[in-house]
Design a protein around this ligand. Sequence first.
Ligand SMILES: Nc1nc2c(ncn2[C@@H]2O[C@H](COP(=O)(O)OP(=O)(O)OP(=O)(O)O)[C@@H](O)[C@H]2O)c(=O)[nH]1
Length: 241
Amino acid sequence: MTTNFSLPKTLRRSGSLPSSRTVRIVILGQAAVGKTALAVRFITKRFIGEYDPTLETIYRHEMVIGGDVVHFEILDTAGQEEDALLIEEKIKWGDGFLIVYSVTDRCSFDEVMRLCFLVNHIHTAGARRSNVEPPPMLIVANKKDLEFDRMVSTEDGENLSRGLKLPFHEVSARDGWEETAGVFQALYSDIVQQLDSSPPSFRRRAVSKLMEKIPRIHSNSALGGTGRSFSFSSFRDFLPD
Ligand SMILES: Nc1nc2c(ncn2[C@@H]2O[C@H](COP(=O)(O)OP(=O)(O)OP(=O)(O)O)[C@@H](O)[C@H]2O)c(=O)[nH]1
């Protein structure tokens, strides 16, 4: 699958050879808000109704964006994180963050602010420079198709987004690919802009032993390699050719 996202002019390449870059996205949010559904929707274009509660996974997926080959590494975190050190490792690993809540779950909405502050704190606290920018983050309200079960209004989401000065997207992973892809596209644009304009606050590229232990699922290869190393047969069945 070689989907070509359209990009803002400043991020488009013209004439030169395609380059290749890796971006690491961490999806955070309470249990059952749809983190896996969003990641799998983006990668496979399908909505798969039921998953096992997340065993933490890194999805690897290549796409051509604006003429460049982009290697996405998407960490789908478990909704329940017991150990503060473990979550810190995962947050340090990421270039950008999707903070997800479900519009049907008020508690998951209330958790968003804490997660945003946590990411902000972890990425800026240890920095040598004082003017380090927080990493790109985006608030995602999922399950907007469940209008009858809604507990969080669009206005609540927009107010939170204004308060935290973060972009906000209300989507349904169930209802379509474009919206979900738009979320990843927006975050990708922000990550690229930040990586190109300022050095990361610390060595985000370092991979700790913990991160190496998280299972990886490789969806495809935009470059035509075999690239298939899915270890869960339930996902293999849904991959596009
Ligand atoms: N109606 C509807 N259901 C959704 C949507 N997104 C996810 N779901 C359902 O919500 C449930 C939880 O989705 P998951 O993707 O497993 O949620 P998660 O955040 O990864 O959950 P954990 O792995 O437990 O942290 C599943 O039954 C999904 O089918 C959506 O946009 N609309």
